[in-house]
Write a protein that binds this ligand. Structure first.
Ligand SMILES: [Zn+2]
Length: 378
């Protein structure tokens, strides 16, 4: 099982998961638009491939057609649609804002794989807007998700449902809160040395968790501790599930501990630095937070992704997974884990919000009441 990390929009990730024996591929969160807006900026120089950043459950390569985040271009402001997340277009131009559906299909062609399905974590446009066009261009494409609001949905899935794509097995994990129909996907291959991969959408981030747009702290607590947090952090290479002694001697002598793969976490956004800055505020003495933040800043400076992390390490620095730890109880002034989580989320929501100041002319127009006809409810 190979996972390609594809950076799109301001800070979104979509993924292409490849089953290497059948050459089937599954896309997770197709955030690509129907077509590219605006003109491609000419490239000053070809971006060299950057081997070394993990692109997969198995340590992968950089997709030839994908420039890592922000290579060569800092795009326009968010107000104009994006900040960065530059991608290379097959024609050679760099579009700092968006990647068209055709471009994803170009990667599929270059990889010599067949796109069989899309797994959508939730209905937000920055995770699902490519679905309709991909479904139109790829007849028979299956679109999985748990929310009727997901575009082009063909297969509604439920909690713990299992799917199979060649040797790839998928377990659907329902995690409502960020949206009421949010689904995470846990993937593995039996008998493979590749680590299983958790695609956590906007529920679990590296160092953080998603906003509670359509749910409660109770729900997120269940998601993080009983659904995602309860997944095996290390896995047996033969079964892909759970830490265990080698009973059958397939990997070593029976009864001995075998080398275990750490489960990888692929989330929906690159927001690690911001998350860890908050984690450090909440837990200023946590040395692991400091180290991870320094590492994430370095990656950010080099426009390299910070995914994947591992579930095991998330428990060491992610405050939303550490709600029973004393420093976080102290920070929030609560002891009940759900209350700790609730306060943490509120604090994070108010943590260094980007300033959104209208320009002076707009402020004057507002003062003069020029906007009032537009503000009135219809
Ligand atoms: Zn979202």
């Amino acid at each position: 099982m190979k996972v390609k990390v594809i950076s799109v929009l301001e800070d979104n990730y979509m993924y292409l998961v490849i089953e290497e024996s059948t050459r089937d591929a599954v896309a997770v969160d197709a955030a690509v638009p129907k077509r590219v807006r605006g003109r491609f900026a000419p490239r000053a120089a070809a971006a060299p491939p950057r081997p070394g950043w993990a692109a997969g459950s198995r340590s992968g390569d950089v997709p030839a057609a994908v420039a890592p985040r922000g290579v060569g271009v800092r795009g326009p402001s968010r107000a104009a649609g994006c900040i960065r997340g530059c991608v290379e277009h097959p024609t050679g131009g760099v579009d700092p804002c968006s990647a068209p559906v055709e471009w994803l299909l170009e990667i599929v062609r270059k990889e010599d794989v067949v796109l069989r399905a899309i797994l959508t974590t939730h209905h937000h446009w920055d995770h699902a807007r490519g679905n309709e066009e991909l479904a139109r261009l790829c007849p028979g494409l299956r679109v999985y998700g748990a929310d009727e609001r997901i575009g082009a949905l063909t297969h509604k899935v439920t909690h713990n449902q299992e799917l199979t794509f060649g040797a790839i097995r998928v377990r659907c994990l329902f995690t409502p809160c960020h949206t009421s129909g949010h689904m995470c996907y846990f993937m593995w291959e039996d008998g493979s040395p590749d680590a299983p991969a958790l695609f956590s959408g906007d529920t679990l981030f590296v160092g953080g968790c998603g906003k509670f747009f359509e749910g409660t702290a109770e729900q997120m607590y269940t998601n993080l501790t009983q659904i995602l947090g309860a997944l095996p952090k290390e896995t047996h290479p033969s079964t892909g599930l759970g830490l265990q002694r080698d009973q059958d001697g397939l990997d070593s002598a029976p009864g001995t501990w075998v080398t275990l793969a750490l489960q990888k976490v692929f989330c929906g956004h690159e927001c690690t630095v911001r998350n860890l800055k908050f984690a450090l505020k909440a837990e200023p003495e946590n040395e692991i937070v400091k180290k991870k933040l320094a590492w994430a800043k370095q990656r950010d400076d080099e426009d390299l992704p910070t995914v994947p992390s591992t579930l095991q390490e998330e428990f060491l620095y992610n405050p939303f997974l550490r709600v029973t730890e004393e420093p976080l109880q102290k920070f929030t002034g609560k002891t009940d884990p759900v209350e700790v989580l609730r306060i943490l989320r509120t604090e994070k929501d108010n943590f260094k919000k980007p300033k959104e100041r209208p320009n002076p002319q707009a402020m004057l127009a507002f003062d003069w009441g020029l906007f009032s006809p537009f503000l009135e409810k219809k």
